[in-house]
Design a protein around this ligand. Structure first.
Ligand code: DMJ
Length: 653
């Protein structure tokens, strides 16, 4: 019985005259009814005292000896600290999502304090939940418990450190040291210098028109000369600005960089009710902000990157920790693309968070970001892989693969890229990433890579064991990836991986060369008597994509074979001839046609990737050198976390 209901009864019995009124006695009182307290005999008094002291003992026994009753009472009578709402986080930084129900003890106290009907039920339920959680903890492996404790401690320490900070609320102080190669020399060769200057002029044309017609919006419609909004970013605005920041920086477009930075400071806002693509927002916004910070050292970029990273964390609230594809960053509610096999998350999406999230932990001091992406690996490593291949679909609730479709292009591509780059970014200490990458490449070579009768090497798509002899424009990035990974290839296969990169580069160049406009289609086929040609109308478009130029850039850096600069220059000429319009650059609907039909979109990745890779292709190797930088999948450079710079822990997360 609740103590509160016992006390009035006791009071009535002891009070003078309490038993005298009709209300106090009820019907069957007998002689005692007429007698006053003074009429009690000594033995009666003694018996009463005994009853009273037994009752007190019972109450205090319950308070001190029943499990958790002290916590209960502290909630009821003393209004323990758990009942107080937490103070606002420093600088208004969002907190880690609260436990459902605010934690069992706080919940019990709140229920008891409310004193309403059913509060006991709630208290019991909360206590049962606490017990369940304790049991679950006991079932964890010791290393998991240790990790949880470490994580909690680090979080507390970091919060405490963050509160002491002046100027960077919520973030630990950090001495900025610009990584090697953020700026480079002018190219020695005047012809190369001239070509590079031309590419810078292209960037200026794209930027100036965006600024003139679509400033602050996500992208530019260069024909209709207005803003273009993509639902990938919900109503987060400014995709082109954030995506372009680092390109402006490395091209030394100082005025433009300054105005972009000012826009970010004043206008970039993540406190919006928006359902966004976690992958796209991560690679473009988080990646863009991180690069801008590492190049310029401007604190605003670090703060915004971490703020946005925190907004993305609820995407990982799934039974397996494999994140949702889509997230409402206000409500924290996630879901998957309705078209994805059986409610699955997409390999290329959840597999393309690693680099950015490791850097978010590095810059914020909060290990939670790295923990989230390391858990993705753990889930993947527990699963059987068909023929050693990774299907594109994985259900975040069951932790099982969806359809057995495998692609090194769309839906799969950057997952493989990030395994390799995670190893490189860790200064080659992330052995797990390395193994996963080279094992995957082995399976890809065995099951997906084929040679056409005309001698072109291509990467097919795999559908439940059957090959579709089609290669996407997106897949062309793999040439650069194979070459970049050659250095660590097991069994003396370095030369083989470089050769594979060179062959993919040649095939992708052919896909450009076999069109009227010398720009590559979205997908090309090796069946029905064709090689490296699109046969379906809906695969003939070019949307200013970078992957082929990206591979030229890697091949140039790693081989210095002049044909890659030559092929890159062909692409510049084609872009100028067919995509450049008064209002910027536009994609093309059919690259096999002799007359341009423009799609009227200047994609933000044209500024972040296509033009950046072209610029690097005509730069000296000292600009963003590979020993010190790796590029995220949107071409945003992130520094290698060198172990001798005190980054040992980050590298081992
Ligand atoms: C970019 O946003 C990224 O490269 C992504 O990985 C896939 N492709 C587009 C550009 O084509």
């Amino acid at each position: 019985m609740p103590a509160a209901s016992l006390l009035p009864l006791f009071g009535s019995a002891a009070g003078p005259g309490a038993l005298g009124g009709p209300a106090g006695g009820g019907a069957g009182g007998g002689g005692r009814k007429a007698a006053g307290p003074g009429a009690f005999r000594l033995t009666e008094k003694f018996v009463l005292l005994l009853v009273f002291s037994a009752f007190i003992t019972l109450c205090f026994g319950a308070i001190f000896f029943l499990p958790d009753s002290s916590k209960l009472l502290s909630g009821v009578f003393f209004h323990s600290a758990a009942l107080q709402p937490p103070p606002p986080p420093p600088g208004g930084q969002p907190r880690a999502p609260p436990q459902p129900g605010g934690g069992p003890v706080a919940g019990a106290a709140a229920a008891a304090a409310a004193g309403g009907a059913g509060s006991l039920e709630r208290i019991r339920a909360d206590h049962e939940r606490a017990l369940r959680e304790a049991k679950e903890t006991l079932q964890k492996l010791p290393e998991e418990i240790r990790r949880d404790i470490r994580q909690d401690k680090e979080k507390l320490l970091q919060d405490a450190r963050g509160r002491k900070e002046a100027g960077a609320p919520g973030l630990p102080q950090r001495l900025f040291r610009q990584p090697v190669g953020a700026v480079g020399q002018e190219p020695a060769d005047p012809a190369v210098r001239q070509r590079r200057a031309k590419i810078k002029e292209m960037m200026k044309h794209a930027w100036d028109n965006y600024k003139r017609y679509a400033w602050g919006l996500n992208e530019l419609k260069p024909i209709s000369k207005q803003g273009h909004s993509s639902n990938l970013f919900g109503n987060i605005q400014g995709a082109t600005i954030v995506d372009a920041l680092d390109t402006l920086y490395i091209m030394e477009m100082k005025e433009e960089f300054k105005e972009a930075k000012e826009w970010v400071e004043k206008n970039l806002d993540f406190n919006v009710n928006a359902e966004i693509s976690v992958f796209e927002v991560n690679i473009r916004f988080v990646g863009g902000l991180l690069s801008a910070y590492y190049l310029s050292g401007e604190e605003v970029f670090r703060k915004k990157a971490v703020e946005l990273g925190e907004k993305l964390l609820p995407a990982f609230n799934t039974p397996t920790g494999i994140p949702w594809a889509l997230l409402n960053i206000k409500s924290g509610i996630g879901r998957n693309w309705p078209w994805a096999s059986g409610g699955s998350s997409i390999l290329a999406e959840f597999g393309t968070l690693h680099l950015e999230f490791v850097h978010l932990s590095h810059l914020s001091g909060n290990p939670v970001f790295a923990e989230k992406v390391m858990n993705i690996r753990k889930v993947l490593n527990r699963l059987d892989k068909p023929e050693g291949l990774y299907p594109n679909y994985l259900n975040p609730s069951s932790g099982q693969w969806g359809q057995h479709h495998v692609s090194i292009g769309g839906l799969g591509d950057s997952f493989y890229e990030y395994l390799l780059k995670a190893w490189l970014m860790s200064d080659k200490t992330d052995e797990e990433g390395k193994k996963m990458y080279y094992d995957a490449v082995q399976a890809i070579e065995t099951h997906l890579i084929r040679k056409s009768s005309g001698g072109l090497t291509y990467i097919a798509e795999w559908k439940g064991g059957l090959l579709e002899h089609k290669m996407g424009h997106l897949t062309c990035f793999a040439g650069g990836m194979f070459a970049l990974g050659a250095d660590g290839a097991p069994n003396d296969k370095m030369g083989h991986h470089i050769e594979l990169g060179a062959e993919i580069a040649r095939t992708c160049h052919e896909s450009y060369d076999r069109t009227s406009m010398k720009l590559g289609p979205e997908a090309f086929r090796f069946d029905g008597g064709v090689e490296a040609i699109a046969t379906r109308q809906n695969e003939k478009y070019y949307i200013l994509r970078p992957e082929v130029i990206e591979t030229y850039m890697y091949m140039w850096r790693l081989t210095h074979d002049p044909k890659y600069r030559q092929w890159g220059w062909e692409a510049v000429e084609a872009l100028e001839k067919h995509c450049r319009v008064d209002g910027g650059y536009s994609g093309i609907r059919d690259v096999y046609n002799n007359h341009e039909s423009h799609d009227d979109v200047q994609q933000s990745f044209f500024l972040s990737e296509t033009l950046k890779y072209l610029y690097l292709l005509f730069s000296e190797d000292d600009l963003l050198p590979f020993e010190h930088w790796i590029f995220n999948t949107e071409a945003h450079p992130l520094p290698v976390l060198h172990k001798d710079d005190g980054n040992k822990e980050e590298n081992q997360k």
